[in-house]
Design a protein around this ligand. Sequence first.
Ligand code: FE2
Length: 568
Amino acid sequence: MFFMTSSVDPSSFSPSRRSVLRAGAATAAVVGASTLVNGAIAKAEAEDVAPAAPEGHQVFQHGVASGDPMDTSVLLWTRATSHPGDIPGSEQGSEVKLRWEVAADEAFANIAASGEAAAVPGNDNTVKVDATGLQPDTWYNFRFTVTEGEYQGQTSPVGRTRTNPSTGVTPESLGIALTSCANWEAGYFSAYRDMSVNPEVDIIMCVGDYLYEYERGGYTGKSGAIRDHEPPHEIISLADYRRRYGHYRTDPDLQAAHQMKPWMVTWDDHEVANDSYNTGAENHDPETEGDYVARRDAAIQAYLEWLPVRAVPFSQGGKLYRTFNYGDLAEIVMLDLRTYRDQPMEFRNVGQIDDESRSMLGSEQLNYLHDKWKTSSSTWNLVGNSVMFTPVLIPPLDPETSGAVAELMGLPEEGIPYNLDQWDGFAAERRRLIQMMGDEGLDNIVFLTGDIHSSWACDIPVTAGRYPADGIAAVEIVGTSVNASNIDDIVKLPQRNGISQTAEQALMAANRHIKWIQFDHHGYCTVKVRPNEILAEWRFVEDKTIPNQPLYTAMNYRVVRGQGISPA
Ligand SMILES: [Fe+2]
């Protein structure tokens, strides 16, 4: 998704740091008492997660992570920093031999699985191991220990992870923290800390923009750059991408989220470059930045090194799209909407959005998804989806509101009725998918989406112009950004300003299948999947410019099979 940044003047960050802190404290004071209690508990629990670092070189300074849980296995991750000069991307590391252990008990008295692994410079000293032979539907502790050399005996922080229930079993619930769009420079990651301690979260699902590729100050909102990221320049090479991942993974909130819950990830565009597609990206200039595919492959390599994901490198035939089963309760297909998609249309060719030959998924992934839907017998079919599927008609608005919406959604300033980077730009393929849902008789598909830095609850209509008469094909739940800019950041006004609210009302009026939009706040969405309903709970943070902010529940919606989404 493209966000114009030219209108942001870093010098406009006029309030002093102190006054910003005061303002944040005042805001926090007016949120509900239950919120503060909830936040205080979360903060206290979070402090247990990350004890003060001991002195000396820390081999496990980037923490631990787990991901891609199956019913008897889960992927474990760490980085073993071999010596103080072994900075991510520096290629200065040396091999570190490790032992990994998984145990159901905190004392690691009863080891459920263990083995040896080596962190090697070829993988930027990151390690991924597949811990197999575990019990289904079970929470575990895991850790790594250095077994040789100067730092022998150093042990990682203890991570928490879990396996999925086996098929044939219908668990009572699955809690997913739906997250996307975390921009280091835009502020702090309180949302990650909240999901790390939220007892309702079993799995963290990141649907893209885990990081941003820009240079320092290249993408900020009304508060300017709250903190600087590394490296200072736009990331293009393998070393650059590794450096940025490594820097993000020094954030204590992000570390806590990885340490305490297993993740399921897919990427969007910013893991490579803005508005990427199969052969290029809006933010890639081959004249000055070299071959796009080489850049993309470097970005993918770093992604696969730094995230707990099972995919193998694309050069070896790897694919990021994949499927998980959470017992018989949910089948979850994680899609890759960037690697195979056709180049976006020129805005002047908007009439071609119905072109049958244009694809977001690529034919292989489309067939894969169709096969999954054909054979699924799960209660719910969930789709991890990086850009919005729901049709969104942008209505005529006053110039100021129109400008803000255009900037948020990456539309040309002169205005256009569709966001061509989303599924709206691939309308023929979307129709094909809606047709498949009907052909297979599926009334249990829910898209879990990010990208748009705002919160949406949508019915996906069979035919947008004839909703609800023609029926509801599926539902889409869109989580807001962890902290990347949305409308109040763009227009440089307080949250819940007139422009944001006017835009929300106008969009809902023009799109009756869109039940709720909130354009201002940051946070995430807890998606609670149960056999008879899915509850979506949007949790917001008051002020992203201050660390360790509590989150509060802002809105709840309920999905009932075949009946769409409505307020809960
Ligand atoms: Fe984003």
